[in-house]
Structure formats: C-alpha cells, structure tokens
Design a binder for this molecule. Structure first.
Ligand SMILES: Cc1ncc(COP(=O)(O)O)c(C=O)c1O
Length: 365
C-alpha cells in the first residue's frame, strides 16, 4: 500500500525514552507528578465514563475563560496541544502553501504541515533563539502559518516580547501566527515575559497554544487549549472531532487549574533544580543553554545518541537531540533533588568516558 506523496518523507514521532525502573528526564514531564486534587477528580469522573463528554470541554472551558478573562468563543480545548496544531493546519493550510518555523524546534509543526501537503520551511536561528529577521525574510505570498515556540523546545530560549510583536506587526494579517506556549509557566526572566492575553486582542491572526502536560502534570491524559480571536477558533471548531477531548482529562484539568499550591511547588522545584544543573554543568565545563523552560540543553564532546543510550542502560533517560538537528546535544528535564543526584551519578562517569574517547591517545575504549 503506497502512502500519499506528502506522507512519503514522514517518519513516526520519536518519543523520549523511558528506563524501566529508572528515572525519566527525557520528555519534560512534571517530576512531582499530578496534583492530588486532579487525581481525585479523575476518580470521580470515572463514575460517569458512560456519558459523552461536553463537546467544547465544559467545565474546563469556563474556568479557562474566567482565568484568562476571555469569551469562551475565543477558546478551544484539544486532545493535547498537538491536536490543536493539526486542527489549525486542517482549517488554514492547504497544498501549495507553506508554514515557517525555526531549524531546531518542536517536530509537530513539520508533521502538521506535511499532513496537509503543504511545505515546511525551517529557518536558521540566532544563538539558538528564534530569529525574527530570518522568519520575516522567509515569508512569501504562499505563507499561511508561522510557528513560534516560546520558550523553545529543545533550546529553552525565549524571544524578547518586542521581537514577537515585530513579527506580528510585519506579517500579512492573513498569515496565522501560532505561538506555542507549552513551557510559558516556567519563564522566569522578567524581560522575556510576554503578555499573550493582551497580544491576542491586538492581533486577530494570533493563536496561542498551552498544555496541561507540563507544569500541571497531566501528560498521559492528553489535554491542552488554544486561544485567539473568535474567528480563528471558529475555523478550528469546524474541523475538530465532536468529542476531541475526553471527559476524564477535562475533569482532571479543571481540578488541576484550581490547585495553585501544586503549581507553585512545581515551579519552585524547577527553579532550584535548574540552578543546580547550571552550577554542576559549569563546574564540569559542560556547555549549557540558559533555559526558560523545565529542561536544560547541553553539548557533549561527541555524538549524543550513543551517550544517551548508555545512560539509559544505567537507568537514566535523557533526550538526545539528533532528531532536532543537534546531534551533539542532549536535553535534560529538570528533576527532583533525588532524581538529579542519580542523574549526576550516571552522567559524570559517562562524560569522563566520552572525553577520553575524544582525546587522541587518551586511553579510552
Ligand atoms: C513545544 C511543545 N509544544 C507542545 C507539546 C505537546 O503538548 P501536548 O502534550 O499538550 O500535546 C510539547 C511536548 O513536549 C512541546 O514540547
């Protein structure tokens, strides 16, 4: 059976690996797990699993509408923000058109683009950051979508708000800008803080995407949301499946939103853990990128794929970044104190071995 020509070059997604019985620092999940309040809500939701969920994701839709002070018509709930990327392309991208993003970023932008037989154009980055000039100079008459990942996976970098504004100001209003904010909760540099809520009022062609998979710890449930103008959201609602987000996920996400204590604790674990990673990487003379997310990306002396495979054998899963076009880099999710103890126990000897292998006559195996 031949797949369609646009599907031909596509490969199944490579997920972060897991080490059975070990620790998983490969997919940027919340190391504290979900809020206990969300777990209770999930148990309660089990009692009504024979009933279809609300089509638009009530009661979550209304709690998000209150939190963001946005009319519900400007919000859409999805089966993960991944699904919302596909819905945006289903509604707004066609054969012969293109979408633009950066060279080292989340793979689902390319996936969603190719699904609709459109062309994906990755442009160079500057210092591992999205580069507004490169993006603007790549856009043309056929450009329908610009993807911005802010903070970016896998580099952890964020764009200055003025640069995002400049992109929005400069683009044709018929081009949809999709601002993927999966990691925005973790952003802790005040100069990089973006007022996305205000921005969607100013630019009707802006769609912001967020997820419950990261700081809210609900990755397995698959739930995220998008917000923008009622017009953009209405187009996406037309193409979505009737019950795209499941009832259990809606209930758990609704409960998770209300647990500020768990949210703040999760951010604190991240702040402490990332400082520790920076300090230790600096002491080990390992190049790292300062992050605005819940992971730190580092450069190794050589190919990171066998390095990560070796760490996995020793029970620590990290993410090698060859599939992101960064073959010598690894992304490490910020874990709990105990997880990071274990991480360094395995990482330091592995680094030592990798360095010996690289130095001619270094006596490595
Ligand atoms: C940048 C980015 N966007 C979106 C997602 C996916 O989010 P979801 O689990 O809501 O589909 C991820 C997951 O790792 C991500 O890194």
């Amino acid at each position: 059976m031949n797949v369609k020509p646009n599907i031909e070059p596509m490969k199944p997604y490579t997920p972060g690996k897991r080490a059975p019985g070990g620790i998983k620092l490969s997919s940027n999940e919340n190391p504290l797990g979900p809020s206990p309040v969300a777990v209770d809500a999930l148990r309660t939701a089990a009692e009504s699993m024979h009933i279809y969920p609300d089509q638009l994701g009530e009661p979550l839709l209304h709690s998000l509408s209150d939190t963001l002070d946005l009319d519900p018509s400007r919000l859409i709930i999805g089966n993960g923000s991944d699904e919302l990327m596909v819905l945006a392309c289903a509604a707004y991208l066609d054969r012969g058109e293109n979408s633009i993003s950066a060279r080292h970023t989340f793979s689902q932008y390319e996936y969603a683009t190719r699904l609709f037989a459109a062309e994906y154009r990755p442009v160079p980055m500057q210092n591992y950051r999205f580069d507004a000039d490169a993006i603007l100079s790549a856009t043309g008459a056929e450009t329908r979508i610009v993807w911005l990942c802010n903070p970016n996976n896998p580099t952890g970098t964020a764009m200055p708000p003025a640069e995002i504004d400049r992109i929005l100001r400069s683009l044709d209003p018929a081009t949809l800008v999709i601002l993927d904010e999966a990691y925005h909760d973790y952003l802790d540099d005040d100069e990089l803080r973006l007022d996305t809520r205000r921005l969607v009022d100013r630019y009707p062609n802006l769609l912001a995407l967020r997820t419950f998979s990261k700081v809210y710890g609900l990755a397995a449930l698959r739930i995220g949301y998008g917000f923008g103008s009622a017009e953009v959201i209405e187009g996406m609602r037309r193409v979505k499946q009737p019950f795209n987000a499941n009832g259990a996920a809606i209930a758990a996400a609704h409960a998770a939103l209300g647990d500020r204590g768990h949210y703040e604790r999760s951010l604190e674990v991240n702040r402490t853990g990332k400082r520790r990673l920076y300090e230790r990487f600096a002491a080990l003379d390992v190049e790292y990128l300062e992050t605005q997310a819940n992971f730190v990306t580092i450069r190794l002396p050589s190919d990171a794929t066998p390095f990560a495979a070796q760490m996995l054998d020793e029970g620590v899963a990290v993410r090698p970044l060859a599939s992101f076009g960064l073959p010598e880099w690894v992304r490490v999710t910020v874990g709990t104190h105990e997880q990071l103890d274990r991480f360094f126990e395995v990482f330091e000897p592995a680094l030592e071995r990798a360095r010996r292998r690289r130095v001619p006559g270094g006596g490595g195996t």
